[in-house]
Design a protein around this ligand. Sequence first.
Ligand SMILES: Nc1ncnc2c1ncn2[C@@H]1O[C@H](COP(=O)(O)OP(=O)(O)OP(=O)(O)O)[C@@H](O)[C@H]1O
Ligand SMILES: [Mg+2]
Length: 505
Amino acid sequence: MENILEIRNVYKYFGSFCANKDISLTVKKGSVHSIIGENGAGKSTLMNMISGIYQPSMGEIFVKGQSVNFKNPNDAAKYGIGMVHQEFMLFPELTVLENLMMGYETKKLGIFLDKKVARKEIEEICKKYHFSLPLDEHVEDLPVSVLQQVEIVKVLYKGADIIILDEPTAVLTPQGIQGLFDAIRALTDKQKTIILITHKLNEVMEISDYITVLKNGKVTGNLTPSEADEKKLASLMVGREVLFNTQKKEKEIGDVILSVENLVVNNDEDISKVKGVSFSVRSGEIVGVAGVAGSGQTELVEALFGLRRPSEGKVSYKGEDFTYASPRERRCKKIGYVPQDRLSIGCSVNSNLIENSIMGYHVAHGFKNSFIIDKKEAKDFTQNIVDGFKVKAGSLNNAVRSLSGGNIQKLIVGREFIQDNDLLIIEDPTRGIDVGSIEFIWQEIIKISEKGVGVLLISHELNEVMELSDRILVMYDGKITTNRPAKELDEQTIGLYMLGGASDE
Ligand SMILES: Nc1ncnc2c1ncn2[C@@H]1O[C@H](COP(=O)(O)OP(=O)(O)OP(=O)(O)O)[C@@H](O)[C@H]1O
Ligand SMILES: [Mg+2]
């Protein structure tokens, strides 16, 4: 196979910090080349140089044998390089077709938008690579799996031969992941090249032709799936064996701390997404919520944290009516929240680490004694999170934007865990987190429950729910189809409840 992309001795410095050190790598045409590594290893930085967002501090990049010097993503696009970022960049109120045509109107089609021509070209691309896109539907009405396909078709429409996917599966359901893999196979069959970043090692083994491991900004391994297994990859990434054995002690489950009765929650279109659910969480108990994405978990969590008003039912917390309490009241009364969408709800990327660490808590516990936030106290508090949760960061005064994706997640999880909360509502706590740190965060969740904190864990990772929970609720179509001690449930049974094939109601 021909080398379509070659990276020779590339370095990237941010100030004095070296995020990529002497990286050399060749990518073969028509292959799936996975890049794996710990949070902060330098994966996104490298991809951002290939796609023209950053420029290397030293070293050279060759595309199709030619030395290139991209000033911006448009330069990279001219050489057939396209990147699909984890945070989608689509306009919600426009249709799929309009989104696909964005940025093309003038260059390709003259001053007037020729939707007909564009539609025909896009339909051909979809046919060739087996995508099926609802071109006339508005982006805001579509599920993430479809949006991701829109992003891929967008780069194909720009003429990409090398497609970089940065953690594309983090937002997908198992079915969505298989759909993406089918699309990847259709693309490589037609000699497109895929560079894939993922933390899920089973996916790496399934889809890759080649695997490159990064650690601390350097390449530490180049191998093929036949030379590897998940264990070997994990230890190459983190430099030690990863066991995934959570250690649970016998613990006392206390009184009910959160009680939900017949809760009904509607979405923005006033359609019921939570259809009368009742359950409770006790002190010291980890209650896991499993379910296919879109089964009402999001709306349930939003209602429980005061971000969405329930239309019926009652929420009690420590015996008090909390149905309509504001997020601030909830925080003051020691309810912590780790949202799924870390960039838009979880933090403010342009603020620094200290500001983000005390955010939401400045009027709650910890910083309530004065009008002016005690800077030293805030700094020490942040340092505690950074140390305790192994957040890889330069200075605490840096903007959160400069952290890697997984490290932003660790900062948010740490912020919520390090307070003396009595109830934690956590959504996908290990999304985008490397295998070594997952083990650590799982252990922290168990430890915090052993201290008597009630935990409501909503996760799209079934193994996470099964590994951690004392009790498991399964949601299907806005209802709880089962609510049982975790030890009574196995993966198959949960799967059946998740798909509506069984219900205890
Ligand atoms: N613009 C920037 N300014 C300063 N430091 C940066 C910047 N971008 C990245 N870094 C630093 O470079 C290192 C590598 O970050 P990068 O985003 O490449 O990691 P990653 O391997 O993609 O991690 P993750 O798995 O968490 O997404 C991190 O320590 C990060 O803080
Ligand atoms: Mg990254």
